[in-house]
Design a protein. Structure first.
Length: 245
């Protein structure tokens, strides 16, 4: 079995004519956690959109390979069938669709009934099952609910877009436990985008990547990167980390 799950080579992406990613490269193995850090508006969410093939981005150059297959031009639904799942920053409210219905359908389709109840309880979402999906959910509830639906898909690759944005400390711990289960229980690979880095203190160690000027400026141990960023900011942290090698 091929160890490398995702391979991005020389990826150049534009949105509405503006170049956001500039020759980005990223390799993700099976069962690995990769964390994308960087300041606002550097292309972190755009990277996830490019991996998922969302329609608002335009790939100018480069390739996205998944399990050795070129998926650069595949639509999102075909990528989802290959085992890629994207958890959005802000899920839409689904009026008239019970959250329980989504949970049951995903658990049935992906054979995850055996862990569904446990995850619902661990993420403290049982009280939301009979409500319309995401309607009136708090920030923490919305993020935990989106993560639950992602984990229930048992994806080969999960793309998590700022799961720690705007949530309380309790939710961070609950979500980190679910992400750790996704990686170490299901053996899924995870690419997690974060701006604050708050959730990283609860996650088991992974590989960190600092995204600057549309490229991966530095890759290394995520704990070491986070420590440097907290002290001097992203740009100076990259300089310090590279000088320390």
């Amino acid at each position: 079995m091929m160890k490398e799950l995702l391979k991005i080579e020389n990826l150049v992406v534009e949105i509405e004519g503006n170049r956001v990613l500039q020759g980005l490269e990223l390799h993700v193995g099976r069962g690995e956690l990769h964390v994308i850090l960087g300041p606002n508006a550097v292309g972190k969410s755009t990277l996830l959109a490019a991996i998922m093939g969302l329609s608002h981005i335009h790939v100018v150059e480069g390739w996205v390979l998944f399990e050795g297959r070129d998926i650069t031009d595949l639509p999102p639904d075909e990528r989802a069938r290959l085992g890629i799942a994207l958890a959005f920053q802000m899920s839409p409210e689904l009026v008239g669709v019970k959250f329980k219905l989504l949970v049951n359908e995903l658990a049935k389709r992906f054979g995850t009934y055996d862990v569904a109840d446990r995850l619902i309880n661990d993420l403290r979402l049982k009280h939301l099952l009979e409500r319309d999906a995401f309607r009136g959910f708090s920030g923490g509830e919305r993020k935990r609910a989106e993560l639950l639906l992602t984990v229930l898909q048992r994806p080969k690759l999960a793309l998590l877009d700022e799961p720690d944005s705007g949530v309380d400390l309790e939710s961070l711990k609950l979500m980190a436990d679910a992400i750790n289960f996704l990686v170490h229980g299901f053996g899924s690979s995870v690419v997690l985008v974060t701006h604050t880095g708050e959730i990283l203190e609860e996650l088991k160690a992974g590989t960190g990547h600092v995204l600057l000027n549309g490229r991966i400026a530095y890759s290394g141990k995520v704990e070491k990167i986070l420590e440097a960023v907290k002290e001097v900011g992203f740009k100076e942290a990259v300089i310090r980390l590279m000088e320390g090698e």
